[in-house]
Design a protein around this ligand. Structure first.
Ligand code: HEC
Length: 95
């Protein structure tokens, strides 16, 4: 029994690493420019289904396109919507 209790925190730690972004934000960052409003809407509705909202500062600008392709596909977003989410994340990262 004591052995099991000792293993539990390690199991939880591994699960947290395996299942989602390392750094998250409580709510999506506001971007004043209305050009990014649709991307923010899509991000808000789709990107916290499996893990918390990934902090836009988590990745470099040149790493986000591939990540949004992969995650947008998981979220079943169309190509145009993945583009909108990507543009929103890059704009939010500059805030
Ligand atoms: C169907 C579930 C699911 C949805 C929806 C989803 N993700 Fe993920 N996400 C995951 C899983 C699982 C991982 C970890 C493993 C991997 O990369 O597949 C992950 C990892 C990530 C990471 C990597 C974090 C790191 O620490 O390297 C980022 C960033 C991310 N997601 C962003 C997003 C964004 C942005 C969206 C919305 C377009 C999204 N996710 C939607 C399941 C999902």
């Amino acid at each position: 029994m004591t052995k099991l209790l000792a293993i539990l925190p390690i199991a939880f730690a591994l699960a947290a690493v395996a299942c989602g972004p390392g750094k998250t934000v409580a709510s999506p960052i506001d971007v004043a420019d209305p050009a990014f409003a649709h991307g923010k809407e899509l991000y808000t509705a789709n990107c916290n289904k499996c893990h918390g909202y990934a902090d836009p500062h988590l990745l470099a600008d040149d790493k986000w396109p591939e990540m949004v392709e992969e995650m947008g596909t998981k979220a079943k977003l169309e190509a145009a919507d993945r583009q909108a989410v990507l543009q929103y994340i890059l704009a939010a990262k500059k805030q």
